[in-house]
Design a protein around this ligand. Sequence first.
Ligand code: URA
Length: 790
Amino acid sequence: MKVKTVGPVGAKIFLVGEAPGEEEDKYGKPFIGTAGHKLDVLLAEAGISRHECLIGNVAKERPPGNKIDFFYEDKRRTNPKPILQSWINELKEEILMYNPNIIVALGDTAMYTLCGLRGISRYRGYITDCALVPGKKVLPTYHPQKTNYEWRLGFDAVMDLRKAVANSNTPDFPKDTRKLHSGCSFNEFMSYLDWLIREHEGPIALDVETTDPGCHIDIIGIAASPKLAASFQIINGKRPVLSPEKEILLWRKLAEVLAYKECIMQNGVFDMSVLWLHTNIFVEKFVFDTLIAGHVCWPERPRSLAYLGSICLNVPAWKHTAEEMPLLYNASDAANTYGIYEYMVKELDKQKLWNTFNFEMAQVYPAAMLQLQGVEVNTQVRDELKKTVAERLEYLDTTIEEMIGKKVNFNSPKQLQSLLYIDMRLPVQYKRRKSASEERKATADATALQTLSRKTDNPVLDLILEYKKLYKLTSSFLDMELSPRNRVHTSYNITGATMLRKKKGLIIDDEEAYKSFGRWSSSSSIILPYGSGNLQNIPKIARKIYTAPPGYLYLQADYMQAEAVVVAYEIGDEPAKLLFRTAFGLPREERLARHLDIHRLTAALMFQKQISEVTEEERNIGKRLRHATNYSAGPTVLANSINCTTKKAKELFAKYHQACPMLRLWHARIQDQLRRTRILTNLFGRNHRFLERWGDELFRSAYSFIPQSTVGDLLNKALIKLYYEYGKHLTIPLQLHDAVYFIIKETELETRIKEIRDVMLIPMHSSTGEEFIIDVDFSAGPSWGELEDL
Ligand code: URA
């Protein structure tokens, strides 16, 4: 059935979807099925009702199987078939006839038809000129059905619809009154900097553009307000624009600006590190990072400038102009950073999140310094290790060849699969699929090799596994390029986002970042291209190459079973609390002798044994079971991790809940809180607004939030204090997981431990107001890989 556009004459907003679905086809009305229901919810949250809007579609009839491709001649969906073209013409007539002030393109098909643009996530939230009826405003946003699949996108859609309402009173485009000076001469730019120092009041927003290799600064842009910015090119391609004398004058003047003015930046850890590295200019008054503000206010949404701009500003999209107009792009970046700052200040006020924001800002300098300083590698130790590994690899290579009778490249998945499944006729292993409809694909990855080794006991498989492990050790962790000072560098991301560098220095978002809950993540350095990057997954053996200088030691301080302590106090687990209190401050030997170990306690309860009789295997089950139950993991997850049947895993869960009934109550309390506000607050006052669809995934994430983010914040609180108060005589090479690392003088071990312990023992209060402190464990050794418990 043909589904016509509906809505009142005189409507200011026209919502355009893709094509009718089953329900729409049945009743001849647009958006009345599941997508329509979601649209109603989104509209209501945005403060409008569908009855105030025109609602229609690009295609007026339902395509077979709801596949819009049916109406196009080509796979890329650029060439509409005549029937679709006639509907597009009809849509054009409707726009002309009803003359809405703004058209909302719901999804990619509508956006392409109306604006000729592809990539809804790139353009959503930005008012764009209509190509179908030039002069009309279009605001693209996600199709409601997409927000049903990816619940978090509903937040963006609501923000976009609010923007549509705000822009629906007039047909005019929002006036762009920004003055973006992108073609300044040297003298003009210098006068601008002078003016900033002498006359401008308030902060400035700074942005630098860089290129490889080595992140050289190409362009700098400074905004004095959201409406005024200027940019200046320093390197054009590979050629400096200025004479050395003039360039020195420029940097001096910039240093002066940054000495006097408070500075706003987007992802300032990057910009300030680059500036310091290349020009020795230290951004001393870095007061506001828009990326951090985005992360604090909307922890589950992206933090890139493009994203924040789409939410906070009413300016045209600009991120696609980077290559064609780099100077204008940079000036826009600076001005828009300023605009986002003004918006976020109000948002932080509204959400009362200044404490968390300031706490995150205090981590900026330590993170920048840690990443620039790098971690020193002992090349002699590295070379010896490389030699040993190379010898073993050679041995493995010849031994395996003799055993299988041919040469195989174990790094080629194709060759390995052919060896395992054709020559050796082993049962084919498949990749895990995301859904049952996905095609099954054979694999010979490490998990497959482990499974086959378990099933068949064939010794070749273990040798192949060892070969692959050692090969990776060499290629990823021993063969990496070192800096001229034999260091590896990493990039710390204090908001947990793994900022990947894309072409032209464009920073993109990591959609998984929301899971970080305030903990840092590290990735390969985007500033200094030395090292293997992520420090989190360096195997223990490779950590040996990071040694302390003679007379010095590596010292690791980590919070003891920190998440378990938080959970114990949150749920009121008395036996666990008593255990933590008794163990507090005791040396490791004494703790072991008295079996003061939470995982042993769990195992003792599960296996109804004396704590002293618990075996290592039972302890391991206790450890995994406690973790899995606390965060409500499924029985399959537990079964896989302790290698048992799902039935057994279910039994263990039931037993655990029987022994610890408060856990279910705690889960229920969290669900209740989610139902009421969707916001949880950790023990340091960090808020997290959960956007996920109601269900198990949301609950799991919510159960882990308080313990994980509290421990992350605890570690960073300690790090900030150690960095600022003891940084002079403590070298902090790393921050990782729940631990901070130091390089200290051997002779000062005791004093330093005392000092660090005093800082790290931070009293906290559970949600019920009970005070507790998480204990700290120390280990030390000549290298990062040879730490011994103290
Ligand atoms: N999806 C659309 O794009 N339009 C409808 O009318 C219904 C679902």
